[in-house]
Design a protein around this ligand. Sequence first.
Ligand SMILES: [Zn+2]
Length: 523
Amino acid sequence: MESMRILRFSQGRMLARQLANPEKVHILLAVAWLLVLVACSSELEENQSTRTQAAAVRATDPRPSVILVVLDTLRADAVSSYGVVKGTTPALDRLAEGGIRYSRAYAPAPWTVSSHTTLFSGLRVDQHGVGLEGGSVAPGSLQMLAETFHDAGYLTAGFSENTLVSAEFGFDQGFDLLEAPDVLEVINAAMTGDDQSFDLGLIDRVRRWDRRRDKSLPFFLFVNIFDAHDPYEVRKVNPWVSENVSQDEVEFIQSRYPISTALCGGVPERNNLEVLRGLYLGDVAAADSKLEELLQVFDLESNSEPHLIVTTSDHGEHLGENRLMGHQFSVRHPALHIPLIVSGLPNVAATTIERPVELRQVHDSLLCWALGEACATSLPVTKPLELLESETSEPIFSIYSDSIARLPKRLVDQLDISDYENFVDPARSKCNAVDRVFGDMVSMIRYPMKITWFGENDPVLHDLSWDPAERFDQMELQPERASRLFEELEEFVRLNVVLRDRQEVPELSEEAVRALKSLGYLQ
Ligand SMILES: [Zn+2]
């Protein structure tokens, strides 16, 4: 039956690419499917289970369902199949083993709203504007992934544990259903220090939706799993925290260093940092267990409906590198290097792709793999013949704008916050100019080199192949390379950030501002 599933899917891609009319495609695909069905009739007789009945129902629309999972705040090297830690992510590792693992995938921005807007729209931050000039709501003018799937006849559902990926921030576009924690509940939980309490019952919600959905239609399902986001949880059992540290000590360290303010001069000393790292990895393992439960809902091993699964993150997390904790004020490697794993592609061998790729390519790739559109800009699925594949790729840009760390001016006026200009930012009070955490920042990767523009401050250049922690600045050591790359980056910044067409960005509601603040994004 496996080969039949593959045939059915690849025919779908090929035909859909050739024909613009989706109705026509459906009819032709159904005919193709029926022919295959007849050829496999003896096999069918042997498997008179509900599964085959479900597949037969889907004969009217053989396109694959799509499951897109964001494990929020997951840095690549916290995933065990990325080779640095052991045993944190068995579910992800299994997907990687049977699918395509992108070892060099990068986020477009180091925070949720900006990055999810890119994931859903396929646009860079400077193109969609969310995260620039105080814009923190995805504009209705964007064509989002869920809208395209909805228009193509897919069921669309989203379940987000992150309140920032909700209708309040413009992410409900195209979803038949988008469930996320209520913004006010999250604010209350943050105010009472009970951040872990807003349990959405994620898996039960997905399961209920799965039971009720129309099984004759393919679906686009988006899930955001939030466990790895700070504050890190102190767990009774956590193999990544040394046994020599008592539970009381762990609790003390966790409460002493709130991630969003333990920056620069306030970064914990080594032993405490190790404990926080252990807590973070414990949270990563919890996120992975939830992913496992999610996959079990769809019983993928015995389910004959075609599914594509993309698992990734919206950004990483600093654990002391570059004198930073968390994922704000940074376009450094720990904040941008994310896992990306694709499984369920028919006729594609399991592999690791080392060519640098970016999160925004997921958009076009899903359209290509499921609907046969936008294939020219989809992710590579096989290794190219050239040995230096990584060096020939297009540059990858990531943007962080300081404007998101400040309330939008319109809102300051509206809320009548007195003396806002003189307000001291508590998060960065222990930082100075050399930390380069103030102002806007834009990085450009032309692997293995990464150059970063810091506005008023000097740029930095790093060779990611041996210095992913970005500790050894190459600007003066490789002057020719540095000036060539900086010229290219500066031109990009000038055209796309400084002189960018100012777009109207939707106003944030007061609740949305408070939600951003409660998650550490606004001061
Ligand atoms: Zn996030």
